[in-house]
Design a protein around this ligand. Structure first.
Ligand code: ATP
Length: 580
């Protein structure tokens, strides 16, 4: 293999850069044209390109063509290898490789043995996982180059948030061996957020986003704070149980049982490798069809003992038999929010990304988990949602188009913070103001989870003017729970009211006018600010009546705080520094 570390990349002016998602199950390639990211179809017309290579008579197939060979040529087909990059054999989980080439121990790495050359006299080759990745990336880049009509030189590639430095280094080296310069590796959830924020109509606003990246072999959920265009990953959870293949398995078992019921003397198709491969492929396509329609068909020629099998399933039945997986996904999302120390009320948006996110029931269930104010960005719940299978590739392409004009060294130095976990403030910092009811309220200036260093400025009104005291405090949110108003039958007496309240107001038949809403009224949970520790007090003297005081807060990277306060349009001002 070539010495990748020292090989200089192309000059910025000579680059053609794309975005790549390199998944365990599927990969995608995307490119930016006229500020819009487009996912490129390969020569087979696929935008989700299975991450699979297959060798037949010395010819190499990739993508969907290679996937189809899982039935007839599983031994020479390499699938589910991405997660093995940079790993030792003893730390990998080979569960998904039993129906294709098996991973083997190869010193510090993992390898596969396949017959990749033509002719009987040629023995099989043992390819380590880096070589497999290089060959696959070469094909991906070849498809992108053919489509664009020019050689693709560089890419921003997405990786899971738990990819170790060793795995990243292995990926960069594998790409370099395929003559591909990796401009940057960005985490998959951040790529999904970039895809949304980078749309021509996208707005960069302060928000907390949950990205549920639900793929084939793994589900990764990340909680990301977006503050002034900086993204901070607050928490991540990873799961290998509740993902696409678990849904395939549900359908495999369902149809296998149905087949056996109809053909009681036939062999169980799950016990024969070839029958199982057929079952698996068809179950996956039935599953995909169920994301679009209410019914889907299932049909396999010669499933077992030469018997053809055809059936149908409706979505309701599917959702019932797959309930455990759907519930697992909800729990996973819930646990990520908890791990970030947040409540579901803190979440502004949930981005559903990854192929499994097409499933309507998953989006509906997440809708129940979050308050109505949280946007669930999935095709079945939001018309403006991006295709979940394409979001991350688009985000990577947008990032590539942003940074491709910089020297490689500058990219390394300047772009890390925006896409990795960076220091951030825990509590909000703001000032105390007085609301219409005369109560002191917290006005946030620097929202919680803002990456530091950060600087924000607000104008506080001073209606009565004079000497204005600005109190800079920490603020944190807590969830205020209001129980529903107890329903009362009739205003007979105060005592009666109290009794009714205790009985939970079940009998509401007297209130037929407007009690539809009241009937299923639940306790109200809302996020309210609580004033925390005082950080600084600043007096601004002689402010004009109806004047305004400008308060600036700067939080340094060591979390020290500088506060300045001055009258807008006035002279002078007060400035103070607080240690971290
Ligand atoms: P991983 O790395 O977790 O293996 P990936 O990121 O490589 O996955 P994705 O394309 O995001 O791959 O997800 C693949 C999964 O999505 C497969 O299980 C596939 O069956 C499923 N999938 C694709 N399209 C749909 C659809 N329309 N409805 C339901 N599931 C789908």
């Amino acid at each position: 293999m070539s010495d990748t570390g020292s090989k200089p990349g192309p000059e910025p002016s000579e680059r053609t850069a794309i975005g790549i998602t390199f998944g365990n199950s599927n990969s995608s390639i995307a490119y930016v044209v006229d500020d819009k990211a487009e996912v490129i179809a390969n020569e087979d017309g696929d935008r989700q390109i299975p991450t699979i290579l297959s060798y037949v008579d010395g010819d190499e197939y990739y993508g969907q063509q290679a996937k189809n060979f899982l039935v007839r040529n599983p031994k020479n087909t390499v699938a589910y290898f991405r997660d093995f990059l940079g790993k030792e054999f003893k730390s990998i989980d080979p569960t998904h490789n039993h129906a294709s080439a098996h991973p083997e121990e190869a010193g510090e790495t993992v390898s596969f043995t396949v017959q990749d050359k033509a002719g009987e006299e040629e023995g099989p080759s043992t390819l380590n996982v880096s070589e497999v990745a290089t060959r696959y990336l070469r094909r991906l880049v070849g498809s992108a180059s053919d489509y664009l009509g020019k050689k693709v030189t560089s890419a921003v590639v997405t990786v899971p948030t738990d990819f170790t430095d060793k795995q990243k280094a292995a990926l960069v080296a594998a790409a370099a061996a395929a003559d591909l310069e990796i401009l940057q590796l960005i985490s998959e959830p951040v790529a999904a957020v970039l895809a949304y924020d980078g749309r021509p109509e996208g707005k960069i606003e302060d928000k907390v986003i949950v990205v549920a990246d639900l793929g084939g072999t793994r589900s990764d959920v990340a909680v990301v704070a977006s503050r002034g265009g900086m993204y901070t990953v607050l928490a991540t959870v990873h799961d290998y149980e509740f993902a696409g293949v678990a849904l395939d398995k549900v359908l495999i078992d369902h149809f296998a049982k149905e087949f056996l019921k109809k053909n009681s003397s036939a062999k169980d198709p799950r016990e024969n490798a070839r029958s199982l491969a057929k079952l698996r492929l068809e179950s996956e396509s039935t599953k995909r069809a169920l994301s679009l329609g209410n019914n889907a068909s299932f049909s396999v020629e010669s499933l077992s003992d030469g018997i053809d099998f055809a059936s149908t399933i409706n979505r309701l039945r599917y959702e019932t038999i797959a309930r455990t997986v759907f519930e697992g996904i909800n729990r996973l999302v819930e646990s990520a929010v908890k791990k970030a120390g947040l409540d579901v009320l803190d979440i502004d948006e949930v981005i559903l990304s990854g192929g499994t996110s097409h499933t309507p029931r998953i989006a509906t269930n997440l809708g129940y988990l979050f308050p109505q104010t949280t946007k669930i960005l999935a095709p079945s719940t939001e018309v403006t949602a991006l295709n979940p299978s394409e979001a991350e590739a688009r985000g990577a392409a947008l990032q590539a188009s942003l940074i491709q004009d910089y020297e490689a060294e500058d990219i390394n130095q300047s772009t890390h913070a925006a896409v990795t976990t960076v220091p951030h403030v825990g509590n909000a910092i703001g000032v105390i103001s007085v609301n219409e009811a005369g109560e002191e309220v917290f006005v946030p200036i620097i929202p919680p989870e803002t990456a530091v260093p950060a600087r924000r400025t607000v104008h506080v009104s001073a209606p009565s003017g004079g000497d204005v005291l600005v109190k800079v405090v920490e603020g944190n949110t807590h969830i205020k729970v209001t129980q529903p108003e107890p329903k009362v039958k009739a205003p007979e007496s105060k005592a009666a009211k109290v009794e009714d309240a205790d009985e939970d107001g079940d009998d509401d038949s007297d209130f037929s006018d407007d009690d539809d809403e009241e009937e299923d009224e639940e306790e109200k949970r809302e996020k309210v600010w609580k004033i925390g520790a005082t950080l600084a007090e600043a007096g601004v003297k002689g402010v004009k009546k109806n004047g305004k005081v400008e308060v600036s807060i700067t939080v340094g990277s060591d979390l020290s705080v500088i506060v300045t306060a001055r009258e807008v349009g006035g002279k002078g001002g007060v400035r103070g520094t607080l240690a971290a």
